[in-house]
Design a protein. Structure first.
Length: 242
């Protein structure tokens, strides 16, 4: 639902109002339905994609009743036939942007995405124009304030679980994984008593762009807000150093 999970992004998510949370629930609901359709099963024990979506839903405080209702709806064949579409482009001052959508109308969504780019000084590009600046990784975020364990213990537990890398910041620990290993490592860490602010596969930038102009930064944020408000758009990855 947002760009790479820097701590500032997580704090933004936590401060969302009820209307914004409802949009998050709607977007995750689509992911759950697509996971069931593509995985061929509504049983998370045999459908790893569904299991990851349920974990993501719980991390975003989606009520269990909502999750169960969406799963039953998908089992019954209800709901629109969403398809995954990815768009790439540049925001103000050349910020690289990847937009991931689940839509039942490709023409509508493409037109809206192009409009958002154009409106705030960017432009939508061709497939592959910025994706080389990102690497797909599993990213697990653990908040320090939720833990009674020290940094060395968390790092040791993460590496023992199979993590590819580990970073410690003032407020959070970030665990990086190979995308296919995310589910197993998350389960291993959860069994050790950890809870997560976020645990999902993300597009992680290899380099970041700083925006020195306040006007340019404001336009970039407005563009991201427009993406965020669109129910079709699931994730927006960017290399803006906020």
């Amino acid at each position: 639902m947002s760009g790479h999970n820097k701590w500032s992004t997580i704090k933004q998510k936590k401060g969302k109002n009820d209307a914004a949370r409802a949009k998050v629930f709607t977007k995750i609901g689509r992911e759950l339905m697509v996971a069931i359709r593509d995985g061929g099963s509504a049983d998370p024990s045999v459908n790893s994609k569904l299991r990851e979506c349920i974990a993501k839903a719980k991390a975003n405080n989606v009520p269990n009743d909502n999750i169960d209702r969406i799963i039953k709806k998908a089992q019954g064949g209800e709901g629109a036939n969403y398809e995954a579409v990815t768009y790439e482009g540049y925001g103000p001052s050349g910020v690289a942007v990847i937009v991931e959508a689940l839509t039942d109308n490709r023409n509508r969504t493409a037109g809206e995405v192009r409009h958002y780019f154009d409106k705030f000084g960017g432009n939508m590009g061709t497939p592959g124009c910025v994706s080389f600046l990102f690497e797909k990784k599993g990213v697990i975020i653990i908040e320090r304030e939720e833990l009674e364990r020290d940094e060395d213990t968390v790092m040791e537990d993460a590496l023992e679980a199979g993590a590819a890398d580990f970073e410690a910041d003032e407020d959070i620990f970030t665990i990086y994984t190979v995308p296919d290993d995310l589910s197993a490592i998350r389960d291993d860490m959860e069994a050790k008593g950890y809870t997560f602010a976020s645990a999902e596969v993300e597009q992680v930038p290899s380099t970041y762009v700083k925006l020195d102009s306040e006007d340019t930064a404001a336009n970039m944020q407005k563009m991201l807000d427009m993406f965020e408000d669109n129910d079709d758009i699931q994730n927006v990855w960017h290399n803006w150093e906020m």
